[in-house]
Ligand binder design. Sequence first.
Ligand SMILES: C[S@@+](CC[C@H](N)C(=O)[O-])C[C@H]1O[C@@H](n2cnc3c(N)ncnc32)[C@H](O)[C@@H]1O
Length: 261
Amino acid sequence: MGDQEYQEYDDNLIALLESLWGEGFMSPGGTEEVDRYLHGVKLEGLSVLDIGCGLGGVDIHLIKHHRAALVTGIDVNPSLIERCNLLARKFKVETQSKFICVDPGPLEFDDASFDIVTSKDSIIHIPDKQALANDVYRVLEPGGWFVASDWLAGYEGEPSAEMQAYLVAEGLDFGLASAKTYLRALQGTGFADIEILDRNDWYRQQARLEREQLGGVLYAGLSSKVGSEFLEHEIKVWDKLIIAIDQGQLRPAHLRGRKPA
Ligand SMILES: C[S@@+](CC[C@H](N)C(=O)[O-])C[C@H]1O[C@@H](n2cnc3c(N)ncnc32)[C@H](O)[C@@H]1O
């Protein structure tokens, strides 16, 4: 697959996201949010699949702090996979990590090949939630957990005009779905102990802090890195994002379910 096909997250956007959320992170909350959505699930000595690994920050954290034995990160963007490998080298976790560039579509792993499947804010890009849930269930060991965070739609059907304006401004290939759709997909597959924890309140506050940082403490450094035109554009995206979150149209959430033993 050519680089051009997946340049949604280009270097400028990535630089901006990392400056907000930390090295290796392209999603809100960084390592703290990872710890929150993983709470109570042990990774020590286990084999983990991370769907949509981005820059690999989540994966390094799962190895370094949660003591996962092997983390396999998959992503559709080849340049991100290269960056994951560089980060793994930097943190000296090459033997505990494997990063694979995949095509969108079914997971190409054998049945029951992972103890844990995780994903941080990436399933939003995968339109068929039922197909994904079936696949995650298939590749999990019996007794294994699916633990993730994602951005969900707070509406069924059409978004509000303001949400639509945000989606257009963001320009990312979002395949948003409601909590009801995720729940149906997880239940339909056979997952047990399903939980969907809404994080809208948390992100309402967080997004405001991010907006303040972009226009304040981060502004000078970022504008010299990514250019003031791009930065001003992104600040406008954040303004639209805040409206969409305040309306409850955009609802980050933590998701989990266990494949029965
Ligand atoms: C918001 S980023 C999150 C990256 C990382 N999980 C993090 O939290 O920093 C979403 C990622 O999903 C990836 N992605 C999009 N569609 C995908 C698919 N079908 N399979 C795997 N990854 C995908 C994108 O390339 C991007 O790296």
